[in-house]
Design a protein around this ligand. Structure first.
Ligand code: KIV
Length: 281
């Protein structure tokens, strides 16, 4: 089981680690099988899974639903669930109640929220309740209408604010902090100043860990890919080719084959039941 102690140990020993998003059972299994130690059920599921224009419409119910699915496939990875927009901004009581729901109903082991010094009180209260908190500073997509999507900490005041936010969330008890789309040297300074792991997302190489959206890494999300993402595969293209081959086969009568393949599976179409050795029909 990946624990907070393990992450703290990696920070102390300079061992970098990866974090990837997952929003469902199958992808949680894939990420876990790849050996990635931390899964983030990000509210980016709003765009990637649900087709919303931003993360703002995502509800707590949606986060709980997807977190439950991820938990069934996550194995020994540490699962962190995002607190969606307006689930922690109204009051500390509200934040506590909603963080509690992500843990009790979703099964998450920790929660993430977007906020620095301005949310220290909320972080402190959730941590006091026994729920580990990952903070998220720099670019905060939930506040897009206030700050936009521009790179953060590009001037002296911005660098000061980033460091102040980072130190405030550490002091409030956060076990790690995501720094999204902040200037690389400013993020490096934060990484050196903190004792908790700093997880970069488009904030340069000088971080303790890196997080990306799995659909971006695999080339699966069709709408846009942030400039800082490295695509390790083009599964979207591969899927389109496979699906149109199926479509063509059905239209031309090539699928299903006239002579059925020998029955080798006792599983139903969902994979229930026993599977015998051999090719599936
Ligand atoms: O929602 C998300 O996926 C995130 C990461 C990109 C950091 O917050």
């Amino acid at each position: 089981m990946i624990t907070l102690r393990q992450l703290a140990h990696w920070k102390a020993t300079g061992q970098k680690f990866a974090v990837l998003t997952a929003y469902d059972y199958t992808f949680a299994k894939l990420v876990a099988a790849a050996g990635v130690p931390v899964i983030l059920v990000g509210d980016s599921l709003g765009q990637v899974m649900l087709g919303y224009p931003s993360t703002q419409p995502v509800t707590l119910e949606e986060m709980i639903h997807h977190t439950r699915a991820v938990m069934r496939g996550a194995g020994t990875t540490l699962v962190v669930a995002d607190m969606p927009f307006m689930s922690y901004q109204v009051s500390v009581e509200d934040a506590l109640r909603n963080a509690g729901r992500l843990v009790k109903e979703g099964g998450a082991q920790a929660v993430k929220l977007e906020g620095g010094a301005d949310f220290a009180e909320v972080i402190r209260a959730i941590v006091r309740a026994g729920i580990p908190v990952m903070a998220h500073i720099g670019l905060r997509p939930q506040s897009v209408h206030q700050h936009g999507y521009r790179t953060q900490a590009t001037d002296a005041a911005g660098r000061r604010q980033l460091l102040l936010d980072a130190k405030a969330v550490e002091k409030a008890g956060a076990f790690a902090v995501v720094v999204e789309k902040a200037e690389a040297s400013a993020t490096g300074a934060v990484t050196r100043a903190l004792h908790i792991p700093v997880i970069g997302c488009g904030s340069g190489p000088d971080c303790d860990a890196q997080v990306l959206v799995t659909y971006d890494v695999l080339g699966l999300f069709p709408d846009f890919t942030p400039s800082f993402v490295k695509q390790y595969a083009r599964l979207g293209d591969a899927a389109r080719i496979a699906l149109s081959a199926f479509d063509a086969d059905v239209r031309t009568g090539k699928f299903p084959a006239k002579t059925p393949a020998p029955a080798v599976s006792t599983k139903d179409s969902r994979g229930n039941g026993k599977r015998k050795k051999g090719r599936l029909s």
